[in-house]
Write a protein that binds this ligand. Structure first.
Ligand SMILES: C[S@@+](CC[C@H](N)C(=O)[O-])C[C@H]1O[C@@H](n2cnc3c(N)ncnc32)[C@H](O)[C@@H]1O
Length: 178
């Protein structure tokens, strides 16, 4: 199952948050990020530096229209999950079971500011999921959603990069793999 994050509403003053969206998506097991309707080479450079150092594959696309991207994702058989505080509660509903049961590739939609109302409709979002029905952050929402989706399965993955961390109870131990 492939999971891609689509970030709607990126503004240049959001560089840090969008970079954290990308880093969190990568670290929690997503395969890529789409920055819709906007371009930001700083975010791309940040994530490429991290991949170069720590390894793994993570694709960034930007400047694509969210409508076209979602349409083509669905045409190829994928589903869309919009993360929103107004959605079905991740804990008290069976929404995660229904998402997992589909066994399809997932495009996760997150906002920054208020998203267009179309995002809540079934032609855009197959599921509207709330990580609790309280406002917080797209970074936190992505982390919890991916963790529940992959059931804690991604944290022992160590992609092959130039450097590797040896987990330690006390010290910072980083070794070169080259
Ligand atoms: C800063 S919030 C925007 C909140 C904004 N007031 C709104 O009406 O959507 C940015 C993004 O974080 C995500 N988000 C925030 N709280 C969430 C929650 N409780 N559950 C799921 N996603 C959430 C949504 O994707 C939202 O578009």
């Amino acid at each position: 199952m492939k999971v891609i994050i689509l970030r709607w509403g990126h503004r240049h003053r959001d560089i840090r948050v969008t970079s954290h969206v990308a880093l969190t998506a990568r670290a929690f097991g997503a395969s890529g990020l789409v920055i819709a309707d906007s371009e930001d080479k700083t975010v791309e450079r940040t994530i490429k530096r991290v991949i170069d150092k720590w390894g793994g594959n993570f694709k960034i696309e930007m400047g694509v229209s969210w409508r076209n991207y979602i349409k083509s994702w669905k045409d190829k058989g994928g589903i869309t999950v919009h993360l929103t505080m107004y959605g079905e509660n991740i804990k008290s509903s069976d929404v995660m079971q229904r998402i997992k049961f589909s066994k399809k590739n997932i495009l996760v939609l997150v906002g920054s500011q208020k998203v267009p109302s179309e995002f809540y409709h079934s032609d855009v979002s197959d599921f509207n999921v709330a990580i609790g029905n309280q406002p917080h952050s797209e970074v936190a929402a992505i982390a919890v959603f991916l963790d529940r989706l992959f059931e804690d399965d991604k944290f022992s993955d160590t992609p092959k990069g130039k450097f590797k961390i040896l987990p330690s109870d006390r010290k910072k131990i980083v070794i070169s793999t080259e």
